[in-house]
Design a protein around this ligand. Structure first.
Ligand SMILES: Cc1ncc(COP(=O)(O)O)c(C=O)c1O
Length: 326
């Protein structure tokens, strides 16, 4: 009954984990869930209040903008400038997403023809691979191994694969290894992408969840990155907003335009009240946010540490394509 692309998909790892959890809970087991990156803290109150206020405004009861509210995109541009010193044009270099999963799943449809390769870190977020398979692309896994600092070794990508690759995923701070990338790695990625005419998508969903004074950079800070790539962000982890579904893709305007073409034909944009206010700075919000980051840090330290302590090399060998964390 189903199309081959459905039959060929591996089971979605987290749906499978949900089933396993439900079974154990039904047996009376008190399950500690380190599998899914879903903060167990509530969304900060100023964001909830902004939603309540905006939901009452009839202007917000119509179809929203396909690309995201202009004020949201301006707030994103302001944040990128303050946080990463990266300049973005809100009208052409930013698009809002219904969670970054929306962008991760759909960007291959803009770039990948049947038979093209997509370079995917392994272990990694499973949607990098399934998005490629939906576009009838082929997945080439780039192993993230302890001895390489959990960075892919670009020289290990076979040249015939590199030649036929359209898209490369990178994700630092990395899920699930918690590795961070030295700036020189981004320079190498830009050079590799230029040489092989590959689009790079940096999934920076965890940029705000870091430790010990480390501040994660944006891939777009690297020289030439915005000529060959884009970056995706999520408000899910930063603001405990996994249920709200809001994120953004930013960077090269042609690539953003391609993603926009796909999305305008699939969805009708993010509900305006969800994209209002969250990124606007204010001292009160900053305090709430700092407290939130501190408690999120405590919560995630636990599973980062668990990942660090596990032998990811043998996990990689056993679970080649679905061994990510959501
Ligand atoms: C690495 C990574 N990227 C993207 C996502 C998607 O997050 P969201 O769709 O909630 O923005 C996740 C979710 O866990 C993730 O771990």
């Amino acid at each position: 009954m189903f199309a081959k692309r459905i039959d060929n998909l591996p089971p979605y790892l987290f749906a499978r984990i949900d089933e396993m959890k439900a079974k154990k809970r039904a047996e009376g087991v008190d399950v500690i869930d380190l599998g899914v990156g879903d903060p167990d803290l509530p969304t900060p109150p100023h964001i909830v209040q902004a939603l309540i206020d905006a939901a009452k405004d009839p202007d917000n009861h119509h179809y929203p903008s396909y690309l995201g509210m202009q004020s949201f995109r301006e707030a994103v541009a302001g944040w990128y400038q303050r946080r990463f010193s990266v300049d973005l044009d809100p009208s052409s270099e930013i698009i809002s997403l219904m969670g970054s999963k929306d962008g991760v799943a759909h960007i291959p449809e803009a770039l990948v023809n049947p038979g093209d390769y997509v370079l995917v870190p392994s272990p990694g977020y499973p949607v990098y691979s399934t998005g490629a398979l939906f576009s009838e692309g082929k997945v080439h896994e780039m192993p993230l191994l302890r001895e390489n600092g959990f960075l892919p070794v670009l020289d290990d990508i076979p040249s015939d694969v590199a030649r036929k690759s359209k898209l490369m995923w990178i994700n630092y701070p990395n899920n699930p290894t918690s590795a961070i990338a030295p700036p020189k790695f981004f320079d190498e990625v830009v050079e590799f992408a230029r040489e092989h005419e590959i689009v790079v998508v940096s999934d920076n969903a965890y940029s705000e969840v870091s430790f010990d004074g480390y501040k994660a950079p944006s891939f777009l800070e690297a020289d030439g990155a915005s000529e060959i790539g884009i970056e995706m962000h999520s408000l899910s982890k930063t603001y405990n907003m996994t249920g709200w579904r809001i994120g953004m893709a930013v960077g090269n305007k042609e690539i953003i335009r391609g993603l926009g073409v796909v999305k305008t034909n699939i969805d009708s944009g993010t509900f305006n009240p969800v994209s209002m206010q969250q990124l606007q700075p204010s001292p009160a919000r900053r305090t709430v946010w700092q407290k939130h980051v501190a408690s999120t840090r405590n919560a995630v330290t636990c599973w980062f540490q668990a990942c660090r302590n596990s032998d990811l090399r043998s996990r990689h060998q056993k679970l080649p394509s679905t061994s990510g964390l959501r």
